[in-house]
Design a protein around this ligand. Structure first.
Ligand code: SF4
Ligand code: SF4
Length: 103
């Protein structure tokens, strides 16, 4: 059983503004996206798995996703890929569950 909420992996619901900013900075600092073959030079901010960052304005083509080599991915038990083009961890979870419930 995971210690994290199924949708809110970063535990943002219960956070103060200061804690939120600190966690966002932590995610961006440890993010591996800038070393990824899909990444487009100069795109910022990275840390696309984090809910408020949003998808990339520059990345259009999915090549390879190296998120599963990232310490943030492991620490927060993330489960999706291509956050830069598909949306954040919580967004992809909600979308996949909404899709599954329509089947
Ligand atoms: S999991 Fe992916 S998007 Fe999130 S911080 Fe790591 S490399 Fe960046
Ligand atoms: S989210 Fe994945 S595919 Fe996109 S730049 Fe980061 S590591 Fe690469």
């Amino acid at each position: 059983m995971s210690k994290y909420d199924r949708v809110d992996k970063f535990e943002l619901e219960t956070m103060t503004k200061e804690e939120f900013e600190k966690k966002q900075g932590y995610v961006i600092k440890n993010c591996k996206c800038a070393q990824c073959p899909t990444y487009v030079e100069g795109d910022a901010p990275i840390g696309y798995c984090f809910p408020v960052i949003g998808t990339s304005k520059k990345i259009q083509w999915e090549n390879k996703c190296i998120c599963n080599t990232c310490p943030i991915y492991k620490e927060y038990e993330l489960s999706h890929t291509f956050y830069c083009t598909r949306c954040s961890q919580s967004c992809q979870t909600i979308k996949s569950e909404a899709g599954a419930s329509r089947e």
